[in-house]
Design a protein around this ligand. Structure first.
Ligand SMILES: [Ca+2]
Ligand SMILES: [Ca+2]
Ligand SMILES: [Zn+2]
Length: 372
């Protein structure tokens, strides 16, 4: 079965995006076999130059672009293979280094927003999580805007971004870019991204987590950090699609708590308990100035948060302990092991991780660490 990893999932038949046979992952970048990308290789990087994204979401945002023979392009001068093009084309270029017109429908503007967001995600991975690129070895992947669908997806080697239902905006803000490329991180950590239903649910949650981390890292006043998914773009005109601090508040059928029948839940909806866990680990159950987060039956009286940056480090380390067919219980064991590795002897953080899992009803795993 071919799978795509989208931000919204199949909300209706119209939003089901089939992946052409040629789009099956065939390697890191895929080059000529990427859908819509007809080049034979990623463009050669030019000289690093400062540029400006004059985006719809991010007007006047600083970006780092490539300069070759008087032409600026939305292409990573570091040679990571990140570039932004409009479906079917190579990197957007111009002669000024200022990209976009602040229009919600112009696709060059969409690339400006998306490229800025990808660089922020890359910076977050590097500065907060100590990870160099999607694969941990400096590599990234191309992105394309202009998908004629109310969705965005990662196909294993490129990220593709569509538009809102009312066709007024493109789905290219920080969290959506980080969500799609976040699937590349999940893919390129041990165990890969194949497995059972819960593996795909955790993959979706991991991408939502990368989105929240990136919003907090960028801390852009035009997109204040939050734990809501698709609130900025409002793709279907019904507000956020997912609410990490209390998944059941969203418009979908997302559970707040892990249940024995997780395997019967759609993969984006099934991200709910893991998103909820991450919020509790980062912010706690009753953070000052932020939304309270409920605790499921049988959980602790409260959870004390450790802050999103440290929570991100625990999650990233847990991903490094991932194995094929990862389940919720496996993720619990991995996070408990991870917090001991990242913060040795820090009993408060260990307790936070255990309480957060207990607060979303994920059962203990065999042989999991029981003491800090
Ligand atoms: Ca935001
Ligand atoms: Ca958001
Ligand atoms: Zn996804």
């Amino acid at each position: 079965m071919k799978r795509v990893y989208s931000v919204l999932g199949a909300l209706s038949l119209l939003l089901l995006i089939p992946v052409p046979a040629s789009a099956e992952p065939v390697g890191w970048l895929g080059g000529a076999t990427s859908p819509g990308w007809v080049g034979t290789a990623a463009p050669a990087p030019g000289t690093r130059a400062p540029g400006t994204a004059n985006g719809y979401y991010y007007p006047n945002a600083p970006i780092s672009v490539s300069l070759t023979a008087g032409k600026y392009s939305l292409s990573d001068p570091g040679g990571s293979a990140l570039f932004c093009g409009i479906q079917g084309n190579g990197p957007v270029t111009n002669t000024t280094g200022v990209f976009g017109s602040r229009s919600g429908t112009d696709l060059t503007t969409a690339c400006a927003d998306g490229y800025y967001a990808a660089q922020q995600f890359s910076g977050m991975l590097r500065d907060w999580l100590g990870r160099d690129g999607l694969d941990g070895k400096g590599k990234w992947a191309p992105m394309f805007v202009g998908l004629t669908a109310v969705n965005a997806y990662w196909n294993g080697h490129t990220a593709n971004f569509g538009r809102t239902k009312d066709n007024a905006r493109q789905l290219v803000n920080l969290e959506i870019i980080a969500h799609e490329f976040g699937h590349g991180v999940f893919q390129h950590t041990p165990g890969g991204f194949d497995g059972g239903v819960q593996t795909y649910q955790l993959n979706e949650a991991s991408s939502d987590i990368m989105g929240a981390l990136t919003e907090h890292y960028a801390n852009n006043p035009n997109d204040p950090p939050d734990y809501l998914v698709a609130n900025e773009t409002n793709p279907l005109g019904r507000g956020p699609e997912r609410v990490m601090y209390q998944p059941s508040l969203g418009p979908r059928d997302e559970p707040d708590c892990y249940k024995p029948n997780m395997n019967n839940i759609e993969v984006h909806d099934g991200a709910g308990p893991a998103n909820h866990f991450f919020y509790l680990m980062a912010e706690g159950s009753s953070p000052v100035g932020k939304p309270a987060s409920p605790i499921c039956a049988g959980g602790p009286a409260s959870v004390e948060g450790m802050g999103i940056r440290d929570a991100g480090r625990v999650w990233m380390r847990a991903l490094m302990l991932k194995k094929p067919s990862w389940t919720y219980t496996d993720a619990r064991v991995a996070a408990l092991t991870a917090v001991k590795q990242v913060f040795p002897g820090d009993c408060a953080k260990f307790t936070t991780v255990r309480n957060a899992w207990n607060a979303v009803s994920v059962p203990a795993g065999t042989g999991e660490p029981t003491t800090c």
